[in-house]
Write a protein that binds this ligand. Structure first.
Ligand code: ADP
Length: 809
């Protein structure tokens, strides 16, 4: 209602005015002073003011000036009321202060009312105009806002991101279409609370960030997982929020976006995982431990559970790792597995993946699947407890071979594996498989190198012939045994490179594998450069051909032959004296023959001599076997070499043929030697007897003694048959005889020189034959000199001193 302010210091005047104006029906406010009028003006709006001029305190003019000075009140028309100031001066001041009229008391009620009515009407008109203006402005503004909001929302609905706005307190007041579609939440549902669509692991962090932003007004940014309504998958998003401000800069709300960065994030994570896994796999050749570490890497980034199984050589699967973030869960899973071992013939799972070499992807593990996999109710309950959701398993394949499998299972994370994840897992598996393959190759290479080293150092000849009959391997021993150089054999057909190969290969039994079933190796001869070699051959089938191993039996064969010869020789050697003894004895016994004492004496001498010879042969045999068994005691003492040699020659003279002369050539003074006198004597006896025996045409047999600072040499020379240079070493071998068949009629056991060599060796001496110079032979025995005050010492023949040079050469 329109108000009119009446100001007069006299209440009766005020009453009169009220009485006059009452009929207009406006709201009348009375004030009894200028100050009171001003107070009313602060509180209320007036259409017109009737102002008394003469008042105590602020008078009318002063009050009017104050009213005009104030912005809110300056437009209000003022009617001055006065009784006395009718002079022009006074009236002028009134107009000056902004009065629109002057009314003089006493008023004409009619005029007063009509004047006031005019001003009230004017005021009301003006107010109406202002109101309409305001209305118009508001309407336009609303329209404008609606349009701009519409535009924004259209824009927001058009973008692929989720867009939302909130009020100052954070209550959501708008979400775009993408949000509604992705989250499955309407605006109202969102506003009521949307934390449950954030991944449980990201919730706390996200809420803290958002509250921080609300508190500080700072823009916020957070990377978190939001659940997609269509499939329940949590996808990574980048959430950003900015405060919106009014024209004065005050925050009035927030606007934000959520951008799906899942593919990028997963790709980045996957890439980082791959890099880390590759580094791990390349760091060691112990692929079992690195694979277990890779499984650790995959949890929880790629899976809640990760398992690695590898194929053992026997074809069984071995579980290398089962990983879960919580050890007690792993324990539970392992116990479960022990109780219900996986079926190796199952159509799904690790065994099937390894068998087929194909990956397996189960985006959603359904209850039916679990029920099908469970053995019984209890089993089903236990598997359900694991809360498995999604599963993939990829084979570890390198160079076409399946080496095992890696399996990934999601459970509490709610992750759902998709073809992209499978591709990544396959990539990881490829790298892991390559690492296993490398480690195995390396190990094989090592083994091969080891084998090559063994082959190079082994004493047996080894050769390999491939399917085409070409020699692919010819080890150093093969080269040494046969004298055939590897460069002349390798890469050539065995039948071309190895003399007599065709016959040989036919006779060797080739077995499929080395072992007990193999027959004993075959002894076969081959002839290389006119030399006959006896080799024991065995053959084994290998992947790329046949591997033959052979051993040189030439020497062994010769020894065996010698033994055979020996038996013949010894038999002969024994039989000859026996025949002589038997013959003599029979003659002595004959009663029909009258033996004169001379003849009887001769016959008895034959019996004695031949018995002696028999005893010598038997002694030699016994001594040789003693030496072999290492049971001969040696008692080393200071011996006079000259005395020994003289005694030996003296004894020899008694049975030497007449055409043989025996001589000693030695200086008068000689140092003593360190030897077992009995054994040294035996050595000299053997040498002198041989010298006599192998000089069938007689001649001078000489024993010369020479000493130097450390040794004494006994040199026994004869003019006899001599020894070819090639046989100089061999004659010292047991049973070795130059003429085993006694074509020259000289018998022997082949033991004498062997015994000499062994006895000399035991006193750190040496024995050899000087090179043949066309006349007879010269044997040299070298014995260390006795130390000046050396005490005699005893030594077991079983432990000869080894520091000196070999006993023979
Ligand atoms: P044997 O009992 O045959 O004489 P030895 O071991 O004493 O056995 O000698 C081995 C072989 O060495 C003899 O068979 C002989 O052929 C040869 N031999 C040994 N001494 C002489 C020698 N002084 N002159 C020629 N040949 C010898």
């Amino acid at each position: 209602m329109t108000a009119i302010l009446l100001v007069d210091d006299r209440s009766d005047n005020l009453l009169a005015l009220e009485g006059i104006l009452e009929p207009l029906g406006h709201h009348l406010v009375s004030a009894e002073s200028g100050e009171e009028a001003l107070r009313h003006l602060l509180q209320e709006e007036f259409a017109v003011i009737l102002l008394d001029v003469q008042m105590p305190g602020l008078d009318g003019f002063e009050t009017a000036e104050l009213i005009k000075r104030r912005e809110r009140t300056r437009h209000i028309p003022i009617l001055f009321l006065t009784a006395i100031s009718k002079d022009r001066q006074h009236v002028f001041r009134g107009y000056e202060t902004g009065a629109v009229d002057y009314l003089f008391k006493p008023f004409d009620a009619e005029i007063l009312r009509s004047k006031v009515s005019v001003f009230v009407e004017l005021h009301e008109k003006r107010q109406e105009v202002a109101r309409q203006e305001e209305l118009l402005r508001r309407h336009q503004l609303a329209e404008l806002r609606r349009e701009s909001e519409e535009r924004y929302r259209n824009l927001a609905d058009g973008v692929p991101q989720m867009v939302w706005t909130t009020r100052l307190d954070g209550t959501v007041d708008y979400v775009n279409r993408v949000w509604i579609e992705y989250t499955g939440l309407s605006l109202e549902e969102t506003a009521a609370g949307n934390v449950r669509i954030v991944h449980p692991e990201d919730r706390e962090r996200t809420i803290a960030e958002w509250n921080g932003a609300l508190e500080t007004g700072q823009p916020y940014e957070v990377v978190y997982r939001i659940r997609r309504a269509s499939d329940g998958a949590y996808r990574w998003h980048l959430g950003r929020g900015l405060p919106t401000r009014d024209s004065s800069g005050q925050i009035v709300g927030w606007v934000g976006t959520c951008t799906d960065i899942d593919d990028r994030k997963r790709a980045e994570d996957a890439q980082a995982l791959l890099v880390e896994a590759s580094r791990l796999l390349g760091s060691s050749l112990d692929y079992r431990s690195t694979l277990a570490q890779v499984a650790e890497l995959a949890v929880p980034r790629l899976a809640d559970w990760c398992g690695v199984d590898v194929l053992e050589e026997d074809g069984t699967l071995r579980q290398l790792a089962v990983v879960h973030a919580k050890p007690e869960k792993v324990k539970f899973a392992l116990e479960l597995q022990e109780r219900y071992p996986p079926d190796p013939s199952s159509e799904t799972g690790v065994a099937a993946v390894v068998r087929r070499g194909e990956p397996e992807l189960v985006p959603e593990i359904s209850d039916e699947m679990l029920a099908a996999a469970a053995v019984d109710e209890l089993h089903l309950g236990l598997i359900q407890e694991l809360g498995l959701r999604s599963y993939m398993c990829v084979p570890l394949i390198a160079r076409g071979r399946t080496l095992g499998a890696i399996s990934f299972v999601s459970a509490e994370s709610g992750r759902r594996y998709e073809p992209d994840d499978l591709r990544f897992a396959e990539d990881l598996a490829r790298r892991a498989a390559t690492a296993i393959d490398n480690a195995q190759l390396y190990r094989e290479a090592e083994e091969r190198a080891q084998a090559a080293r063994v082959l190079a150092s082994i004493g047996d000849g080894v050769l390999m012939v491939d399917a085409e009959g070409v020699v692919r391997l010819w080890n150093p021993a093969a080269e040494a045994i046969t004298g055939l150089r590897s460069k002349d054999v390798l890469g050539r057909r065995a039948s071309d490179a190895i003399p007599g190969w065709a016959d040989l290969a036919e006779r060797v039994t080739v077995v499929a594998a080395p072992g007990a079933a193999a027959p004993p190796p075959e002894s076969l001869p081959i002839e290389v450069d006119g030399r006959e070699l006896w080799l024991s051959f065995s053959g084994v089938e290998a992947a790329d051909g046949i591997v033959y191993a052979f051993r040189d039996l030439t020497e062994q064969r010769a020894l065996e032959k010698m033994k055979t010869d020996f038996v013949a020789t010894v038999s002969h050697e024994l039989r000859t004296p026996l025949a002589a003894i038997y013959g003599s004895a029979m003659t002595v016994r004959r009663e029909d023959v009258d033996l004169d004492s001379k003849l009887l004496d001769r016959l008895l001498q034959v019996i004695a001599d031949e018995s002696n010879r028999l005893a010598e042969i038997v002694n030699d045999l016994l001594l040789a076997s003693h030496l072999d068994a290492g049971g001969l005691q040696v008692s080393i003492e200071r011996c006079d070499g000259r005395e020994l040699a003289e005694a030996v020659l003296e004894a020899a003279r008694t049975h030497a043929p007449e055409d043989v002369t025996l001589e000693l050539k030695a200086p008068k003074r000689l140092p003593a030697v360190a030897a077992d006198p009995g054994q040294l004597r035996q050595v000299l006896v053997n040498l002198v007897d041989n010298a006599i025996k192998y000089s069938p045409d007689g001649g001078r047999v000489e024993v010369a003694l020479k000493a130097d600072a450390k040794t004494m040499r006994f040199v026994v020379s004869d003019p006899g048959l001599g020894i070819p240079d090639a046989e100089r070493t061999r004659i010292f071998e047991k049973f070795y005889r130059l003429d085993p068949n006694m074509t020259r009629g000289i018998g022997g056991t082949g033991l004498g020189l062997y015994i000499c060599r062994e006895l000399v060796r035991r006193v750190d001496g040496r024995i050899w034959v000087e090179p043949h110079d066309g006349a007879g032979s010269t044997f040299v025995v070298e014995i260390p000199l006795a130390e000046r005050d050396a005490k005699s010492r005893a030594r077991s023949a079983a432990a000869p001193r080894r520091k000196s040079a070999p006993a023979s050469r």
